[in-house]
Ligand binder design. Structure first.
Ligand SMILES: NC(=O)c1ccc[n+]([C@@H]2O[C@H](COP(=O)([O-])OP(=O)(O)OC[C@H]3O[C@@H](n4cnc5c(N)ncnc54)[C@H](O)[C@@H]3O)[C@@H](O)[C@H]2O)c1
Length: 332
């Protein structure tokens, strides 16, 4: 299939692009490079189009010229603290940006979309694991904008005959086995790359937000899912989505790990202690987020390979060792 990946030069998008290439599809990335990396896209001169999803006419032309059958919509701003400080940018990128993608699809006659949604749309819950029908009560502009994008996609599907699959990721993590693809953004806020940046001397210490949550060691619990497993799910979803159809799946391992447990796994990988400090809670952070992945396993036959955080961080550490200053050699 000819597949266009908005945000395809970003962390998850480029992992999916690589996977699709290796599994017989013909993917291209469309990315404004605000966070993404040219070097993350294999054969970038042919497979990366630099553009903004806000430019709906331009995107429609790309969809037509490349005879795209499926859009995978990864492009978004995705930092919880930044969304609280600057909601306007988040509504523009995540809500108006998604509308612009949907309008381009209508113009070009593309009728299938996969959307990268998030566990942040669920908000605070005391019962775990979360199922797809758990109430969505987002607590931050990041979560509300991603939920609004879900609504847009559902409404467009009903009215204009699209077909969609919403994939609600929990914590995407890891790197590929050959050490060529990893996690590297200009403004990093994700735990595992931050830990390895400390290990590599690019940061003084890791700040852990909150040590008084009602969890085994007081730090937040999250569910980590490897990008290769996410990529496999995108392939399965793309091969089975049809116009008129709407499906939603949680993308997690079903296992919760605390921040300190992730840190210990990283220290084990690196072979030495990593400086850190526990500070106050950060607004908008639920204490625990764990997925039930049962629905996608049952319906699409998804079979994740990674379930152990130690294995996941080992793949990430391998990439960070090979690229100690990230994709952009100056480390900015
Ligand atoms: N990483 C996670 O743990 C996680 C968890 C839940 C959901 N998600 C969702 O998955 C998607 C991908 O996340 P990621 O971690 O790869 O983030 P990322 O920041 O690495 O990738 C996003 C990409 O989108 C591009 N982009 C942003 N705005 C754009 C615009 N207006 N036009 C064109 N391109 C634009 C960026 O340059 C970047 O390459 C996002 O939609 C995010 O909300 C990620």
């Amino acid at each position: 299939m000819k597949i266009l990946l908005t945000g395809g030069a970003g962390y998850v998008g480029s992992a999916c692009l690589r996977w699709l290439l290796h599994h017989g599809h013909d993917p291209i990335a469309y990315d404004n490079l605000v966070e993404g990396n040219v070097a993350a896209v294999p054969d970038a001169s042919n497979r990366l189009i630099v553009g903004d999803i806000a430019e709906s006419d331009c995107l429609a032309q790309v969809l037509r010229e490349h005879r795209i059958e499926v859009v995978m919509h990864f492009a978004a701003l995705a930092s919880v603290p930044d969304s609280i400080a600057d909601p306007e940018s988040y509504y523009r990128a995540n809500v108006l940006g998604t509308k612009s993608v949907l309008d381009a699809m209508r113009t070009a006659g593309v009728r299938k979309i996969l959307f990268s949604s998030t566990a942040a749309t669920y908000g605070f819950h005391s019962e775990m694991p979360l199922r797809e029908d758990s109430p969505q009560l987002p607590e931050t502009p990041y979560g509300t904008t991603k939920l609004a994008a879900e609504w847009l996609i559902k409404d467009y599907t009903r009215a204009y005959g699209l077909g969609y699959t919403l994939l609600r990721y929990f914590n995407a993590s890891g790197a590929d086995f050959d050490g060529e693809h990893g996690e590297d953004r200009r403004h990093e806020s994700h735990l595992i790359p931050l830990i390895f940046q400390v290990a590599l001397g690019r940061r003084e210490k890791l700040l852990i937000f909150g040590g008084d949550y009602p969890t085994s060691d007081g730090t937040c619990v999250r569910d980590y899912v490897h990008t290769e497993d996410l990529a496999q799910a995108h392939q399965l979803a793309a091969e089975s989505v049809e116009p008129g159809m709407g499906r939603t799946y949680n993308m997690g391992s079903g296992t919760g790990v605390t921040v300190l447990e992730v840190l210990r796994a990283c220290e084990e990988a690196v072979g030495r202690p990593i400086p850190h400090e526990i500070v106050g809670r950060r607004s908008g952070d639920p204490g625990v987020l764990i997925a039930s992945p049962e629905k996608i396993v049952r319906e699409l036959g998804w079979s994740p390979r990674f379930s152990d955080i130690r294995e996941i961080v080992l793949t990430a550490w391998k990439w960070h060792q090979r690229h100690p200053r990230g994709y952009r050699q100056d480390g900015t």
